[in-house]
Write a protein that binds this ligand. Structure first.
Ligand code: ADP
Ligand code: MG
Length: 523
């Protein structure tokens, strides 16, 4: 019964353990890579996950799912989903309950949970291969701002993959742990996480072994992919001007240009200039392939990325303000996490904003998974004196029979937490009582998200108002909610029916788990 730490990333994921001597170890893929692309290709000959799915991005874009984490636990009418549906090469449709479902080009439908489960399953297999033993439990990291539905969806994905979640851990806390903050002095940290498509910034305090995320903000549409896209646009224009060929309508050519730009971006993190090479962008009238080769300077890329880098500032200032911290004196350390923070211009931009030279994390791609592995050890009691505090990203409210929302748990409340409300029947002999659970705050329409409708049934027959039911809402340490009801007069727990639910229900998770043939056997 081995447990591992997993960084389930938007673009790339990683899995780690602590060895017997307490040293963290990334469990590499069969190809020896430390990270695994969070990509799944539903091909005609089977399902390919990770590195093996990458060819699908070019060959079968409508069958190849990337960035499913951005859809996880979000309803179809979520602003982020609406925005993504305009740019993703695959289609998004609604489930009967309004959840987001992916419609593949061949007509198959898959949920974001299933895609995440396939990535988790690949990491699990990778870990089992590296360790030579069955892996059935994991600490999985999630963004600090993930709401309860996103956290539940992550847990459901793990269950489908045959992994029991020992804890969902906030990514900035994991990064701080992975960086060794639990072994150092007290510190006021800022964790900046710039990945492929998203930017998260969190203010984390470490005080006497207690880790607390004080504030977290970000930009869900800012990441390395945007830098690549900006570069491709400029390069495509250059190809037209210099070579007289318009490649903008050719998806294959654009993809090759994107890969070339991305490769150059990575090289420019180390060298001040490099060669950008994109082969076979088009067929020339002579029948020969058009290759595009040019030298590129770091300063050029920086200029292309400048409008994007300027967008880092706002969320950083917001995070400091919400945490009541000033740049400079209010910050002891700035940690940079994720691949994109390797770009020197990103580090200098963040340095300017925070008035602190960022601490170089030795392994920005691995530090979150290592933090998760440390949490596995902490939960097992192998690491003492560390306490991780997490809070509800959003609040919860109840409403009864289409009545007004009654706030129950506030955003920022420490988890685990539990609140109760007394509700009564309004009709004579009423034996069924319905209520709704909402997440979020604010009175405007759309400010709250409907999580579920419940019905308490089999209530005793009595005059209106005489049947008293205590509804209890619990948010567990992972940020997932549970609801219970007790009838006061008898003290019984009457049957509680889930009439409607945002995510996958337990039955659906079981069905998908069986369908994937998940077992907990050793390899
Ligand atoms: P996520 O956490 O969202 O899964 P990653 O940490 O894998 O994301 O970051 C992916 C982004 O980092 C991509 O845009 C990738 O091009 C970029 N990246 C990776 N390595 C480097 C590097 N050496 N220099 C610049 N950017 C990099
Ligand atoms: Mg990452």
């Amino acid at each position: 019964m081995t447990a591992v730490g997993i960084d389930l990333g938007t673009s790339n994921s990683a899995v780690a353990v602590l060895d017997a001597d307490g040293r963290p170890r990334i469990l590499t893929s069969a190809a020896g890579l430390t990270t695994t692309p969070s990509v799944v290709w539903f091909a005609d000959d089977g399902i390919h996950v990770g590195e093996a799915a990458l060819p699908g991005l070019e060959r079968a874009p409508e069958q190849t799912i990337f960035a499913a984490k951005r859809l996880l636990g979000r309803p179809i009418d979520d602003p982020v989903v609406r925005q993504l549906s305009k740019v993703l090469p695959y289609a998004l449709v609604a489930s009967p309950a309004g959840a987001t479902v992916i419609a593949l080009g061949d007509g198959r439908r898959v949920t974001p949970e299933e895609v995440a489960a396939l990535v988790l399953g690949e990491l699990r297999a990778q870990a089992e291969r590296a360790l030579g033993t069955a892996v059935t439990e994991a600490v999985i990291t999630v963004p600090a701002w993930f709401d309860s539905a996103q956290r539940q969806a992550t847990k459901d994905a793990a269950a489908i993959a045959g992994l029991e979640v020992r804890r969902l851990l906030s990514e900035p806390t994991a990064a701080a742990l992975g960086h060794g903050a639990h072994r150092g002095q007290d510190a006021r940290l800022v964790v900046c996480d710039l990945g492929g498509g998203t930017f998260d910034v969190s203010v984390v305090d470490v005080d006497g072994g207690v880790f607390e995320v004080l504030a977290t903000t970000g930009d869900p549409f800012l990441g390395g992919d945007d830098v690549d896209r900006a570069a491709v646009e400029l390069l495509a224009r250059e190809v037209r001007e210099r070579l007289g060929v318009d490649v903008t309508t050719d998806a294959t050519a654009i993809d090759r240009l994107r890969l070339a730009a991305q490769r150059a971006k990575h090289e420019l993190s180390l060298a001040p200039s490099t060669e950008l090479r994109a082969a076979d962008l088009a067929t020339l009238p002579s029948g020969r392939p058009l290759d595009f080769v040019r030298r590129i300077q770091r300063a050029e890329l920086d200029a292309w990325a400048a409008p994007l880098l300027r967008r880092l500032e706002r969320p950083c200032r917001d995070a400091l303000e919400r945490a009541g911290r000033a740049a400079g004196a209010g910050v002891d350390q700035v940690l940079l996490v994720c691949g994109m923070t390797r770009m020197p211009a990103v580090a200098t931009t963040l340095e300017r904003i925070f008035g602190r030279t960022p601490e170089s994390v030795a392994n920005p791609d691995e530090v979150v998974a290592i933090g998760a592995a440390i949490e596995v050890a902490r939960l097992a009691g192998d690491i003492g004196g560390v306490l991780l505090l997490d809070v509800c990203a959003r609040g919860f409210a109840l409403s009864v029979a289409d009545g007004p929302c009654d706030p129950l748990i506030a955003a920022g409340a420490r988890v685990p937490t539990r609140e109760q409300r007394l509700v009564t029947t309004t009709g004579h002999g009423q034996r069924r009582l319905e209520f709704d659970l909402w997440e979020g705050e604010g009175e405007q329409a759309g400010a709250r998200r409907h999580l579920a409708r419940y019905a308490v049934t089999d209530l005793p027959e009595a005059p209106a108002g005489e049947v008293l039911v205590i509804v209890e809402v619990t948010v567990d340490v992972d940020g997932a909610v549970r609801v219970g009801a007790t009838e006061l007069v008898s003290g019984q727990r009457p049957p509680l029916e889930v009439v409607l639910q945002a995510g996958l229900g337990p039955g659906e998770v079981e069905r998908l788990r069986a369908q994937r043939g998940v077992t907990a056997d050793a390899p």
